[in-house]
Design a protein around this ligand. Structure first.
Ligand code: NIG
Ligand code: FE
Length: 411
């Protein structure tokens, strides 16, 4: 099946295959073509150019998108999309004055979600997660990472990952999975935390790796959660099973998570709301992708990741949702892009680069996703008629997506 899109007002994020991520000043540049065509064959982008150079070929379908723009689908590199139920009660508790930390200390938070997930049958968990996935597909996401971490027992962690795998089989969106057994300490390990770390490393991880359920390993490295030493132990155990790390770090405090992630060549380090100059220096001279999660900051009213500091230091930055029931009950990448511009002072070009190509990099997908490049996946967003792409973050509450294409098919 060969499809041609014609009269594209502006084709955004056109890149050479060799560009794997964008950093520093380059983030301000979003390469594009005005009045363009784009040809896809089956699930692959095969050609694009100026309308004046449209090749005289036979197409199975011609789609005239006059006045509309096309960009690569969003690449959401950090989510906890598979979860059971919700935590609306805690949301109201926070409105009434309790902090996220106080709620967690009362047995709420991650442990509350874990209890629900353990009690939820596979099919129910699958159906709830599929609803979320279907929604984010309509919102323009074409590649997503999904973490475990609301199971906290071997059975429940495997259930989460098997749900993610089944979603990957049944939906056209590209899915990468991450083992986050080290998300919180179950109550029964409160007094013997190292025993839980041992369980993660010596029981859960080998089983999950053996069943080929994951691509990456993650740890919530944070005061009150997993220490730097425990994080290092888990990263090393993951490496033995061929898993690269993606680490939750610096959400509330700076305790050395970045340094340990850099030391072990992690793929990404995510959150970074609290970032010291020493942390920033550690990120320089490394290939690690810093990932900001602005809708988490919005929802919890915590500081935003200092994007300007990171980018102006010459570093790369990716944007993701953190979709989860506690700190970010939203998988809307359009809102993430808008919030990054409005609250973190990223330019529209920087935010779109961060939410496409750099997001793909943070999932090890940048050779196939994240840009309009010959040979890459035909995962596309077709906007409504807009005058400039700055309208995407500007009109933060509007849905500016006309339709999406995943695996070369209109969804
Ligand atoms: O990334 N920070 C740790 N994990 C999630 C939130 C977990 C929860 O509250 O359920 C996050 O924000
Ligand atoms: Fe998270």
């Amino acid at each position: 099946m060969k499809i041609v899109f014609i009269n594209i007002k502006e084709l955004l994020q056109i890149r050479d295959i060799s560009i794997k991520k964008v950093a520093g000043k380059d983030l301000k540049i979003l390469p594009s073509l005005k009045n363009a065509f784009l040809i896809i064959e089956n699930d692959i982008i095969i050609n694009f150019g100026k309308m004046t150079n449209l090749p005289n070929l036979e197409f199975d379908k011609t789609i005239d998108v006059s006045g509309k723009m096309i960009l690569p689908s969003w690449c959401d590199s950090h989510t906890h999309l598979v979860y059971a139920g919700n935590r609306e009660g805690e949301f109201v508790d926070r409105i009434n004055g309790l902090s996220y930390e106080e709620i967690a200390n009362k047995g709420g938070g991650i442990l509350n979600s874990a209890k629900k997930l353990q009690e939820t049958p596979f099919d129910t968990l699958y159906n709830q997660s599929a609803e979320r996935l279907k929604e984010i597909i309509t919102l323009g996401t074409g590649a997503i990472e999904i973490k475990s971490g609301y199971g906290l027992t071997i059975e429940a962690e495997m259930k989460m990952l098997q749900v993610a795998k089944k979603l990957a089989k049944n939906y056209p969106i590209s899915i990468k999975t991450t083992f986050l057994g080290a998300h919180a300490f179950p109550l029964e390990y409160k007094k013997n935390r190292d025993a839980y770390v041992d369980l993660v490393c010596n029981v859960m991880l080998p089983k999950i790796a053996e069943e080929n359920l994951v691509d990456f390993i993650d740890v919530f490295c944070e005061t009150g959660y997993f220490s730097v030493a425990q994080t290092e132990k888990i990263i090393i155990a993951g490496k033995k099973h061929g898993l690269q790390a993606k680490i939750h770090s610096n959400q509330f405090t700076s305790i050395g998570g970045i340094q340990i992630a850099v030391k072990h060549n992690a793929l990404s380090v995510d959150h970074l709301e609290i970032l010291t100059d020493n942390d920033l220096n550690s990120l320089k001279n490394s290939d690690i992708m810093p990932v900001a999660l602005p809708s988490c900051s919005y929802f919890l009213s915590i500081p935003y990741t200092p994007a300007r500091k990171i980018i102006d230091a010459g570093l790369a930055l990716a944007l993701a949702t953190d979709y989860n029931p506690g700190s970010t009950p939203s998988g809307n990448m359009n809102f993430v892009v808008a919030t990054a511009c409005i609250k973190m002072k990223m330019t529209p070009e920087e935010a779109i680069n961060a939410a496409t190509l750099n997001g793909a990099f943070a999932m090890n997908l940048s050779s196939s996703h994240g840009s309009i490049t010959k040979g890459k996946k035909a995962n596309l967003i077709i906007t409504k008629k807009i005058n400039s792409y700055a309208k995407i973050p500007y009109a933060f509450g509007s849905n500016l997506i006309d339709f999406v294409v995943l695996d070369g098919k209109i969804q």
